[in-house]
Design a protein around this ligand. Structure first.
Ligand code: AMP
Ligand code: GLY
Length: 424
């Protein structure tokens, strides 16, 4: 396919991350037509939303065939874990994202731990249990702080950072006996609790080449001052200044390169985005988790700064030709503020009218990304937990923060809540 070829693109997912991907894709001169499955009220302005479940592999392949799709971009993890890229590849359709074997890095934490142990990739010491009695015996024998994790996909809620063994026992009981996390918690990882500063790194990976993106930082807790429950992420900024060049080199040589080597040795061709959650411990950086896709809201912060053609980059990654891609970034800082419903993260907000959405046509430095929204009789209403994210790009982080908050201040819906200290 030559540079000038245009592409029909199908994007899977319906959050703010996907609105950001759709926005970048829609700026590509190579875009012929864009479909989003299922999308939201924001993506509906950039392409055609297709209702349905993006993890329904057969349905996705049918839609891709019907619309003569040239490239599928997968936003969330569930379709990847369900094997959507395997099925698309088999159907001869190019897709951005790892196949199910690569997605196990995120979808099966016990597998990720195994891979890291086998290849001496620094991570927390851990044990894996399917059986409550064995977990109980092990946890009771420890006196340090532990973290208990559901091994499977649990929408970011399956990690319990425990203060003491009693809490860890309760977490193991909830997962293994009470099956609070369903299938995802039938196997658990019990690991040492690490201390340090947390950072995330994302990289495009095409099976051989790793292209590391500027670090973005997420704010996981619901309330200001990092208080309240864990969420999918309440805001983000990029770049961060928390990783020195020396630590960055350490992460590349001790973690990223060995992880790709490990995948290659396991005969897994990983093509897509690899997200590594890290703790900068006194003993060096250690892996907390892998995700097999862009973070949300980190994607919004990163894509605000992308100057190159996202479709070129996704296509090159999917074809295993990342070294030929020319990726350019805006030097400015980006800040993203998530506007969530009043009951987030416990419950979604549904059907509340959203007022004050600004018209930002022609601006490349301000954007309101839709997450949980839909159109109802021509009006934009809430339809999810993280409803919108406001994003700004400016020469300094402070200016970007001010602009993102100014945008947030114009928007209203019932119960709207957001943190006031993003990027502080
Ligand atoms: P994960 O989904 O595995 O990244 O876990 C969610 C959050 O739990 C992380 O962002 C960390 O804040 C925390 N966490 C996970 N594993 C550990 C660990 N071994 N020690 C301390 N905190 C952890
Ligand atoms: N913001 C973290 C994630 O997307 O998993």
């Amino acid at each position: 396919m030559s540079k000038r070829d245009t592409l029909n693109v199908l994007l899977l997912g319906g959050g703010a991350r996907e609105h950001a991907i759709a926005w970048r894709a829609s700026r590509s001169p190579r875009l012929k037509k864009l479909w989003i499955l299922p999308g939201n009220a924001g993506t509906a302005q950039l392409g055609t939303n297709v209702p349905g479940d993006p993890a329904d592999v057969k349905f996705v392949v049918d839609v891709a065939r019907r619309e003569a799709i040239d490239l599928v971009i997968v936003g969330p993890e569930e379709p990847l874990a369900a094997g959507v890229v395997d099925a698309l590849t088999q159907a001869g359709i190019l897709a951005f994202g790892p196949k199910a074997d690569g997605a196990r890095l995120e979808a099966d934490k016990s597998y990720a731990k195994h891979l890291m142990r086998q290849h001496a990739i620094p991570t927390a010491e851990s044990r894996i249990f399917d059986d409550y009695e064995n977990a109980l015996e092990y946890i009771s024998s420890r006196d340090e702080a532990l973290v208990v994790k559901a091994s499977g996909l649990a929408k970011g809620k399956g990690v319990i950072v425990c203060e003491d063994p009693a809490q860890a026992i309760l977490a193991a009981e909830n997962m293994l006996l009470k099956q609070e996390f369903g299938e995802a918690g039938r196997r658990i990882v019990v690991e040492e609790r690490l201390n340090g500063r947390e950072v995330s790194l994302m990289a495009f990976v095409d099976g051989r080449t790793i292209y590391v993106l500027d670090p973005a930082q997420d704010h996981k807790r619901l309330r200001d001052g990092d208080l309240g429950p864990n969420t999918g992420g309440m805001g983000a900024f990029c770049p961060t200044s928390t990783i020195s060049p020396a630590i960055m080199r350490n992460i590349e040589t001790q973690i990223l390169v060995p992880t790709l080597d490990a995948l290659v040795r396991d005969e897994i061709e990983y093509r897509g985005l690899l997200y590594v959650g890290l703790m900068l411990t006194p003993a060096g950086p250690k892996v907390l988790e892998f995700n097999c896709r862009f973070g949300d809201p980190e994607a919004q912060a990163i894509l605000m700064r992308m100057k190159s053609d996202l479709l070129d980059v996704c296509e090159a990654t999917a074809r295993g030709r990342l070294e030929q891609a020319n990726i350019e970034w805006d030097e400015r800082h980006s800040v993203v503020v998530v506007l969530a419903g009043g009951d987030y993260p416990n419950k979604s907000s549904v059907g509340a009218p959203i007022d004050g959405l600004p018209d930002l046509a022609g601006r490349d430095d301000l954007f309101v990304f839709h997450g949980g929204t839909k159109l109802e009789r021509g009006r934009v209403v809430t339809n999810g937990g993280r409803v919108l994210s406001t994003a700004a790009l400016a020469p300094t982080r402070e200016a970007a923060r001010d602009a993102a908050y100014q945008l947030a201040g114009r928007i209203r819906f019932e119960g709207m809540q957001y943190r006031r200290d993003i990027a502080m």
